[in-house]
Structures are given as structure tokens and as C-alpha cells.
Ligand binder design. Structure first.
Ligand code: CO8
Length: 258
């Protein structure tokens, strides 16, 4: 598939996907979501890719779903047409880790897209928000649900009810992002994190992703049991033997994803 709204580069085990609709501040439309879903599916299937970085430009990650595209839609259009649902589900199906490298605006669907990734590294100019209320709608792909789990009810209500933006520092304090770095160093930091992950066993990496994500879907007792069973299962892998032997022999592990 030839892409028009994203740019994909694969280097050193890392697929970088850059949102690329600069005239509309990377606003998310059907085409972009379809291309993104396709690129993520391809990255998942590509054995050379061990981690994915999703980013935008230095000024905007994405300023939300495309308002021009949505303005004339009816209830029937969005309900029966299941706006964005299939393609956002495709993002969540990816088993390899996805790091969101966010600079500038991550608003509405842009903030929600970043939250669908596994963790967010923010440039110091990042601004997060759920301003849908100003358009007479509510957030539609996680802004009332994931944001609430990340930052708690009070701040999620504040963001969704006032439509105000949260800067990078506040986002880090609130637990929305894992770290804030100078915007000029954003890609360097995100790629370094991706390279670090790429050194690990893919089996363990995918198990970690599944286990952490399970914590959002289940009770503590069920989640702890799931984690324990995944921990147990790791002892069936060669990489567990290799990782522990390498530690005891004071050498770097050579994982083989087995
Ligand atoms: N959609 C379409 N175009 C956009 C969007 C957008 N979300 N955001 C910016 N643009 C366009 C502008 O229209 C403008 O285009 P043009 O030059 O052709 O007029 C260009 O980008 C530059 O924008 P501005 O001139 O406004 O730039 P400023 O620097 O003055 O402001 C802002 C930047 C603050 C980011 C401002 O553009 C803004 O507020 N944008 C809208 C933010 C917003 O409301 N986002 C939420 C959208 S709704 C949503 O995301 C719902 C998602 C859930 C979908 C659910 C499906 C089931």
C-alpha cells in the first residue's frame, strides 16, 4: 500500500511511523487511520521490526480527528459507518510495543491515539487536551475512558469539561507521559528507548505488553493471577535460561526469541 498521510521508515529494528498531514496539523481522517492500521499491521508482520515509534512533527502530533471531514456527518453516518472503529481496533491488536513520541499538539483524537500506544515520551512543547466539548461533542476514542485511568477522575473531568490543554510538565506529573525531553532531542530519546527494547527477547517484550495492558481490563486479583501465569510461562523459554545464565556468568544475554 502506498501511503499519502504517513511516512514509514525502518532502521535498526525500529519502524518509525510519522503522521504527515501538515496542512491540517495531522488531523486524523479515514485515510490516515486506514494507512496507519496498514503500516502497523505490516510492522507487526515484519520480523526485522522489534519496536515501533509513532510520531508527528515538532509542532503537532495530531490536532484531533478531522473536523472538516466530520462536520456534515449525521448520527446514522457515524453510528452505522462505525467511524474509525475498525482501524483503531487494528492499532490495539499490535503485539509489538509502540512508543508515542509527542511534540506540540496532541488534541482530541490525537491525545487518544497517543494513549493507545504503550507509552508516551513528550517533547517539552507538548500540549495534550480533549477539547471536543468546544465542538458540541464528547471524546470518542478513549478521552473519557483511558485519560481517566491515566490521570484520575478530577483531571480527566477538568480536561474534558473545560477543554483546556495540559502542558508536558503537567502531563508528566499526572502520569500521562513517561518522560519529558527537550523537543529537539525527542526522536533521539524515543529511538534510544526503542533500541533498548529491541535488545530484549521479543517473547518477554510481548508478554510484558500483554500483562500491563491486562491491568486495565480486569480486577487486581485476576490481573495478579494473569501476571503469575505469564511469569510461570517464561520458564518454558530458552530466553529465560539465557537471561539468567548470562547474569550469573557476568556477560550480556544473547536472546533468540525462543
Ligand atoms: N481538523 C481539521 N483541520 C484542523 C484541525 C482538525 N482537528 N486542527 C487544525 N486544523 C487545521 C485548521 O483548520 C487550519 O487549516 P487552514 O489553514 O486550512 O485554515 C490549520 O490546521 C492550522 O490550524 P489553526 O489556524 O487553527 O492553527 P492555530 O495555531 O491557530 O491553532 C490549534 C492550533 C489550537 C491546534 C487549533 O487548530 C485547534 O484548536 N484545532 C482543533 C482541535 C480540536 O478541537 N480537536 C478535536 C477534534 S474532534 C476529535 O478529535 C474527536 C475524536 C474522536 C473521534 C471519534 C470517532 C468514533
Amino acid at each position: 500500500m502506498a501511503y499519502e498521510t504517513i511516512i514509514v521508515e525502518i532502521e535498526d529494528y525500529v519502524a518509525t511511523i510519522r503522521l504527515n498531514r501538515p496542512d491540517a496539523m495531522n488531523a486524523l481522517n479515514d485515510q490516515l487511520f486506514k494507512e496507519l492500521a496498514d503500516a502497523l499491521g505490516a510492522a507487526q508482520a515484519n520480523e526485522k521490526v522489534r519496536c515501533i515509534v509513532l510520531t508527528g512533527s515538532e509542532k503537532f502530533f495530531a490536532a484531533g480527528a478531522d473536523i472538516k471531514m466530520m462536520s456534515d456527518l449525521s448520527f446514522v453516518d457515524v453510528f452505522a459507518g462505525d467511524l474509525f472503529t475498525q482501524d483503531t481496533a487494528a492499532i490495539l491488536r499490535v503485539r509489538k510495543p509502540i512508543i508515542a513520541a509527542v511534540a506540540g499538539y496532541a488534541l482530541g483524537g490525537g491525545c487518544e491515539l497517543a494513549m493507545m500506544c504503550d507509552f508516551i515520551i513528550a517533547g517539552d512543547n507538548a500540549k495534550f487536551g480533549q477539547p471536543e466539548i468546544n465542538l458540541g461533542v464528547v471524546a470518542g476514542i478513549g478521552g473519557t475512558q483511558r485519560l481517566t485511568r491515566f490521570v484520575g477522575k478530577s483531571k480527566a473531568m477538568d480536561m474534558n469539561l473545560t477543554g483546556r490543554f495540559m502542558d508536558a510538565e503537567e502531563a508528566e506529573r499526572a502520569g500521562l507521559v513517561s518522560r519529558v525531553v527537550p523537543v529537539k532531542k525527542l526522536m533521539e530519546e524515543a529511538l534510544a528507548a526503542a533500541a533498548k527494547i529491541s535488545e530484549k527477547s521479543m517473547i518477554t517484550v510481548m508478554a510484558v505488553k500483554e500483562a500491563v495492558n491486562r491491568s486495565y481490563e480486569t480486577t487486581l486479583a485476576e490481573g495478579l493471577l494473569f501476571e503469575r501465569r505469564v511469569f510461570n510461562a517464561m520458564f518454558a523459554t530458552d530466553d529465560q535460561k539465557e537471561g539468567m545464565s548470562a547474569f550469573l556468568e557476568k556477560r550480556e544475554p544473547q536472546f533468540r526469541d525462543k
